[in-house]
Design a protein around this ligand. Structure first.
Ligand code: MLT
Length: 410
């Protein structure tokens, strides 16, 4: 009989968001009259901007004519999109990234998981705790960990706490690690990293021959001009970092699917024999073998994010969600609740009242206020006693959610 990948059995019951979905579905089935407001998973709610829709439609129209029809595209993405990304996301900030170092894909969740395939299974992995659960789960699936303890920490991973005690600035690992996941603006805490803080990590990676896997999926939400948008704004990062970006939260593409990964040609890792190999070629090999590219109309839609009409429309969308985040933050603060984030990110990280556990608070909020958030402990042991609220919803729902929240905890 075929055998399963035993590492999957080490995973905790279910992926965080489906588990929340299951609890909410059960509650809704038992309470059909309840008007539940969901500020749990960070899924966008507002329509795609008109310039994007127009480019999307135009892309579809081209497929309707034999002369403009396209079949397989380049796996790494069409040049028009890679060049638009290079120019607008990187060159405009004085950052050196070449268009052929950009790999267009269908999502950062997939890319942050898939990237592990090009690294040896004996690499030591460091993650900041709390963390986007995909980084941990994909390492468990790949066999890089032992079992988890009762707090959900897996043996073999190096956890670096980011808590109120260190103002959410994680310390450098005390031991040498090979791979480090960093996510800024941070999911789940909504906090950002300064240039100096990122420079410490780049310096560590250069000294220790480590690779930083930098998730910048929320960079478009940065409002503070001093905060870097890309790890490559830090000198020397091109030699040690891979960066992930996404159109999901930037332009409302969670259902459309388009993202990108930057693998500079200068970033290297070694063979067991000690030979230094560029990761660009390995990722290109993996990408072209296992992926057939993002569809043409979707890439045209993504290109429109950078057009003269698209730019202000996308900015308005981000401003809309950032205003939601501000309303949540200020509304909760006014009730004496301690909150973090939400200024340069679409997430507000809330201290649960009276040290209530994250899941108890989740259940209480769902039952008494018909409100859904994400329990902080779902992001790691250091998230216990916290709760994440997402700013992705209509204004009306956000305002109502804040009223309900204040009634429960005020
Ligand atoms: C989240 O809520 O953390 C994100 O929406 C999950 C994701 O982007 O996959």
């Amino acid at each position: 009989m075929a055998r399963i990948n035993e590492h999957y059995r080490k995973l905790k019951a279910g992926y965080l968001f489906p588990e929340i979905g299951r609890r909410v579905a059960k509650f809704c089935a038992e309470n059909p009259e309840a008007k539940v407001i969901r500020l749990g998973i960070g899924d966008v709610t507002e329509a795609l901007p008109p310039a994007i829709i127009q480019a999307f439609r135009q892309g579809v129209e081209e497929l309707a004519e034999r002369k403009s029809f396209r079949g397989y595209g380049p796996e790494q993405g069409y040049d028009f999109l890679r060049e638009a990304i290079q120019k607008n996301d990187f060159a405009s900030r004085g950052v050196q990234v070449d268009a052929d170092e950009i790999f267009v894909s269908d999502g950062s969740k997939c890319d942050t998981g898939n990237i592990l395939e090009i690294f040896g299974s004996d690499n030591k992995v460091a993650i900041v705790d709390p963390v986007y659960p995909v980084y941990v789960d994909t390492n468990v699936m790949a066999g890089r960990t032992g079992p988890s303890d009762d707090q959900g920490r897996y043996a073999g991973l190096v956890y670096i706490p980011a808590t109120a005690a260190n103002n959410f600035v994680p310390e450098l690992p005390k031991e040498r690690v090979d791979l480090i996941y960093l996510c800024y603006p941070n999911n789940p805490t909504g906090m950002v990293a300064t240039k100096d803080e990122l420079a410490r990590w780049v310096d560590y990676a250069r000294k220790n021959d480590s690779i930083i896997l930098f998730d910048a999926a929320y960079e478009a939400y940065i409002t503070d001009p001093k905060i870097p948008h890309s790890i490559y704004e830090i000198d020397g990062a091109r030699d040690v970092a891979i960066e992930f970006r996404s159109f999901s939260k930037t332009a409302g593409f969670t259902g459309v699917r388009c993202a990108l990964t930057v693998v500079p040609k200068t970033v290297m890792a070694t063979t067991t024999g000690g030979e230094r190999i560029p990761l660009h070629g390995l990722w290109n090999r993996r990408h072209t073998t296992k992926f057939n590219g993002v569809s043409y109309p979707v890439q045209r839609a993504a290109e429109a994010v950078y057009s003269t009409e698209g730019k202000p429309q996308v900015k308005a969308l981000i401003d809309f969600y950032l205003t939601n985040a501000r309303l949540i933050r200020e509304g909760l603060q006014a009730s004496g609740i301690t909150v973090y984030g939400g200024e340069n990110a679409p997430y507000v990280w809330v201290k649960t009242p009276g040290n209530e556990s994250s899941w108890d608070f989740f259940d209480r909020l769902l039952k008494t206020a018909h409100l859904v958030g994400t329990p902080g402990s779902g992001f790691g042991a250091s998230g216990e006693g916290y709760f994440r609220l997402s700013a992705f919803n209509s204004r009306e729902n956000v305002e109502e959610a804040v009223r309900r929240f204040r009634k429960v905890v005020g």
